[in-house]
Design a protein around this ligand. Structure first.
Ligand SMILES: Cc1ncc(COP(=O)(O)O)c(C=O)c1O
Length: 453
């Protein structure tokens, strides 16, 4: 490593702030006052000026096992010196198969077939494409419509923003996919403010799918995609019975149900998946983030056997076995380094009883959040598993401004938080101790009190 690199990137601030176009970030502000981290370990980042920063958001809902987990670091180090890359088109490598079967073994029902990609966005687009391809394989090519939900986040691919429902993420990019419709979102402050866990009110919102089905005719609808718990919008746990109802309506009309579990899979709710937590099995499920605990990018779509089988069958008889059944994949699908990180992460979840620890601490986390009901300006507190949110009244004429400032102030005080609009969303690393939870929630509360005084 040369001196310039050492000085420029591993400590202090970078020499050139202009070149990197920082994603989902106000670049003009950021480059005046950059928030640069230089290393990480466990629950903390180290900032460029040498401060310890507690991570309340698992990076971006992804570093479930904390940072630089020794088991994953060592697996990655070993892998990079053994097999740097293997093509996944027409060839493969052992760890890809091993990880796929381990992933399947953690999933409910017949969710056993795993298609690898590199991110949540790719997983979403892959799942939507598999849904369309499945219907065509069954001779049902008329099913082309995809149904998402208002305020949903499904990444940033064209498929994902089409079925997604966060307005800022879609309004600048034109009409995106044709044939998409949206269910209503499930947040009602009138009915459910300050609910703990799944709200009592709102299962009937799933019945809107019947209205959409009647409007478009079921024979045109391929799939419904939802986050079991809407994360990025600011943690909306599903109303009690809502997901079960969606499942029933999908079954009734031959529509595939896709759970986007990019955030919720791998322990966030104290189970391997939200599907297991809620007892509702989708036909297709996306994964990413916690799959490798963020150490190496990786995403996956898990499909029920019947979907995979239908695709194989449609491939034709023995004379056609040289034919590709699904024309889809990425250069880096099942990348060996990501596969090694995934295997190590899954082992760490088991060895350290991570899911059980989240289940044990979830009530504590809930109580710690709801103890702040008297914060100035607060209009809702929501939580489930290790996901939580404080929502505040927006400043008149400047939505999001106050929480942006809260985020900056928290960073000054040694805490990284994730804000979305006027909501602070907590997604602590699953290895957080109770003292960490207290510190993150307490610091946010102190900053809010100081700001609103
Ligand atoms: C539910 C959901 N789907 C998809 C994505 C996109 O994942 P990525 O940023 O890895 O593309 C996210 C990211 O937060 C997500 O929360």
């Amino acid at each position: 490593m040369d001196e310039l690199q050492d000085e420029g990137t591993l400590s202090g601030t970078p020499n050139d702030l202009d070149s990197f176009w920082v994603p989902f970030t106000p670049n003009r502000q950021f480059k005046k006052n950059p928030r640069i981290v230089v290393s990480a370990n466990g629950m903390h980042y180290t900032s460029h000026d040498g401060r310890q920063i507690l991570d309340s958001s698992s990076g971006l809902w992804c570093a479930n096992l904390g940072h630089c987990h020794p088991k994953i670091v060592s697996a990655v180090q070993k892998a990079i010196g053994t097999l740097d890359f293997a093509p996944s088109f027409q060839f493969s490598h052992n760890q890809a198969f091993e990880l796929a079967s381990r992933v399947g073994s953690h999933m409910p029902g017949d969710l056993n077939r795993v298609f690898f990609c590199n991110s949540g966005s790719e997983a979403v687009d892959t799942a939507l494409k598999i849904a369309l391809a499945y219907h065509r394989a069954k001779g049902d090519a008329g099913r082309y419509r995809l149904i998402g939900r208002e305020r949903g986040y499904h990444g940033v691919g064209f498929g994902g923003i089409a079925v997604g429902g966060m307005v800022a993420n879609r309004r600048t990019f034109g009409p995106t996919l044709a044939g998409v419709d949206h269910l209503p979102h499930t947040l009602s402050l009138e009915q459910n403010a300050f609910s703990r866990g799944e709200p009592e009110w709102g299962a009937h919102l799933a019945d809107d799918l019947e209205r959409i089905v009647a409007l478009h005719d079921p024979s045109t609808i391929a799939a419904v995609i939802v986050e079991p718990v809407a994360g990025s919008i600011g943690v909306y746990p599903p109303p009690k019975g809502y997901l079960q109802r969606l499942r029933e309506i999908c079954d009734k009309h031959g529509i595939l149900l896709i759970f986007d579990e990019v955030i919720t899979a791998w322990g966030r709710l104290g189970k391997a998946s939200a599907a297991e937590y809620f007892g509702v099995t989708p036909d297709l499920m996306t994964n990413a983030k916690g799959l490798t605990s963020a150490h190496v990018p990786m995403g996956a779509v898990v499909a029920q056997d019947f979907i995979y089988d239908a695709m194989m069958e449609a491939g034709g008889g023995p004379n056609n076995e040289h034919m590709i059944e699904l024309f889809h994949g990425y250069t880096y699908s099942a990348h060996p380094i990501a596969a090694a990180a995934g295997l190590a992460a899954l082992e760490a979840y088991r060895e350290e009883s991570i899911f059980e620890r989240v289940a044990d601490n979830a009530q504590y986390f809930e109580d710690a959040l709801h103890a702040h009901r008297d914060l100035p300006g607060i209009i809702d507190i929501r939580n489930i598993g290790y996901m939580g949110a404080f929502e505040f009244e927006p400043l008149a004429g400047a939505p999001g401004k106050r929480m942006f400032e809260v985020m900056i102030e928290c960073y000054e005080r040694g805490l990284m938080i994730r804000v979305t609009g006027d909501t602070v969303a907590f997604s602590p690393p699953l290895v957080s101790e109770r003292a960490h939870l207290d510190e993150m929630i307490g610091t946010v509360a102190d900053v809010i009190r100081a700001k609103m005084a």
